[in-house]
Ligand binder design. Structure first.
Ligand code: ADP
Length: 484
């Protein structure tokens, strides 16, 4: 193997320091698994106020960087619970802003997001291409999503550079800004072109990664195909199909310690595949906690996720009543668009004994719902990989999913053949229609009443291996091939 040893992994969020979605789960797991695989890894994150607050010990100041005239510091800490060296980019645009990394309390993007994430990108490019007081330069720069797209572009303008990998976690977020912003940012003028950051007259940060990276990955094989065509490519399908030979789908893994029903500290009752009947205790505890009727004779359906169009709310809302008439109970946990929050609350007010809606971001409840529910609902319109269906499989909570992206790659529909072969793990439907979702939901409810079939499916689901070890091997191979 050639000398791949140093990896700089750049992300805008990483669990447990800061998390708004699946990217944090990936950045909180993959770099550490790669470190265990023998790489010398640094994780680079912005030093948000919330991150600094969450640190167990004061971070060490490693260096002061001059980033296009702005001074920022690199602080070093360990990713909590791991020995992973984590570098925090400290600058007032991050460290003096409390709350969500991307938007204010009203959900409006921070007005200086372009400046903020360009700073992150400049730091990554600077560390990757210059001799700094850090005394460390990576062989591989691995950036994630639009926040660090420009890092790849800037790195590729340097005379000496590491090999670069860019991962798309969700193409819907492109980091689009006006041309005036591009000019204000004083980015090199040569980046204003189609084979650069220009995107239909605007500036798109994600293009920095897509145009320039030596290798592009995304988080499932099916999503890798979907984004090379319309509508999945969202206007970038031309560029992505041009780069198809350098685009690879690698499924995300899950943090199998955090998400392990046999040892999950959030649960009132742990269980494994041999004691899956103990889920009933979690179910009755949750029913009690949420004020649902303490019923054992009907399934509990769970939904955890952002309440946004992507997650299929338009399919769920019209048929909630019919699903409840199954009979079934439903629990929804999520924050999101006000119109969805209001519609869900109105439905819950009509059926408080059967439908519980929790408009919150709550890790403990997310774990408890995975353990308590019988069926998990994930009818996404598109889904790059999806983590909740993976947690659900591990918790024996059989998922109802739409046949898109990572959902197709990870859930096997219960058909006559797959049931006979013992491979079925969930319920898959194709068209983005409420009726099709309802039909799949009803199939799941019917299957739940057939105990032997249900238990066999649970056993298959819980035995699946979605550990990071497998995915990390694929990244290691990619790094090796990129540096050969
Ligand atoms: P996305 O990244 O599109 O939001 P994923 O399924 O890939 O979707 O990952 C979502 C992650 O965020 C999961 O770990 C999920 O449990 C978590 N999550 C989403 N909403 C909530 C919430 N309201 N409370 C707790 N965890 C949540």
């Amino acid at each position: 193997m050639s000398a791949v040893s140093r990896l700089l992994f750049v992300a805008s969020e990483a669990y447990p320091l800061i998390k708004t979605g699946g990217l944090a789960d990936v950045a909180g797991s993959l770099p550490e698994v790669l470190r265990q695989g023998g790489l010398d890894v640094r994780l680079l994150l912005p030093a948000y106020a919330d991150v600094l607050q969450r640190l167990e010990a004061a971070p060490e100041v490693l260096a002061e960087l001059d980033l296009a005239g702005q001074s920022a510091r690199i602080l070093e800490c360990r990713l909590p619970g791991t020995p992973l060296r984590t570098w925090l980019l400290e600058h007032p645009v991050f460290s003096e802003r409390v709350g969500n990394p991307y938007h204010d309390a009203d959900g409006a993007p921070w007005s200086d997001n372009a400046e903020r994430f360009l700073l992150l990108s400049r730091a990554a490019a600077h560390i990757s291409t210059c001799d700094t007081a850090l005394g460390w330069r990576p062989d591989i720069l691995h950036c994630n999503d639009w926040h660090s797209g420009p890092a790849i572009a800037l790195t590729h303008l340097a005379r000496q550079r590491p090999r670069t990998v860019f991962t798309i976690h969700n193409l819907a977020h492109m980091g689009i800004f006006d041309r005036q912003v591009f000019e204000r940012l004083e980015l090199p003028a040569q980046l204003w072109q189609e084979q650069g950051l220009e995107f239909y007259g605007q500036c798109s940060f994600i293009k920095g990664g897509l145009v320039f990276a030596d290798e592009i990955t995304t988080v499932s094989p099916t999503y890798a195909r979907e984004i090379c065509a319309s509508p999945g490519g969202m206007g970038l399908e031309g560029l992505l199909s041009q780069r198809r030979d350098h685009l690879l789908g690698i499924l995300n893994g899950i943090d199998s310690q955090t998400w392990n029903p046999a040892s999950d500290p959030h649960l009132v009752q742990t269980y494994d595949a041999d004691s899956v009947q103990r889920k009933a205790l979690s179910k009755s505890a949750l029913q009690q906690q949420l004020g649902l009727q303490p019923r054992e004779d009907c399934p509990l359906l769970g939904f955890v996720g952002r309440l946004v169009e992507q997650k299929g709310l338009e399919l769920v809302l019209p048929v909630i009543g019919q699903l409840l008439d199954g009979p079934a109970q439903i629990v929804v946990l999520g924050r999101g668009e006000p119109r969805y929050e209001a519609a869900l609350q109105a439905l819950a007010a009509q059926r408080p004994d059967a439908l519980s809606v929790l408009l919150a971001y709550d890790e403990t409840l997310a774990h408890r719902i995975e353990a308590a529910a019988d069926i998990f609902l994930m009818p996404s319109l598109f889904e790059p990989c999806g983590l909740n269906q993976l947690y659900s499989l591990r918790y024996g909570t059989l998922p109802v999913v739409r046949a898109v992206g990572g959902l197709v790659d990870t859930v096997v529909d219960a058909s006559e053949q797959t049931l006979a072969a013992g491979t079925a793990t969930g319920f898959v439907f194709a068209a983005p229609q409420a009726d099709d979702f309802l039909h799949a939901g009803r199939r799941a409810i019917a299957a739940w009443h057939d105990r032997p079939v249900w238990q066999a499916m649970q056993r298959t689901a819980m035995a699946e291996d979605f550990s990071w070890q497998r995915s990390a091997e694929r990244y290691l191979e990619l790094y090796r091939s990129a540096t050969d």
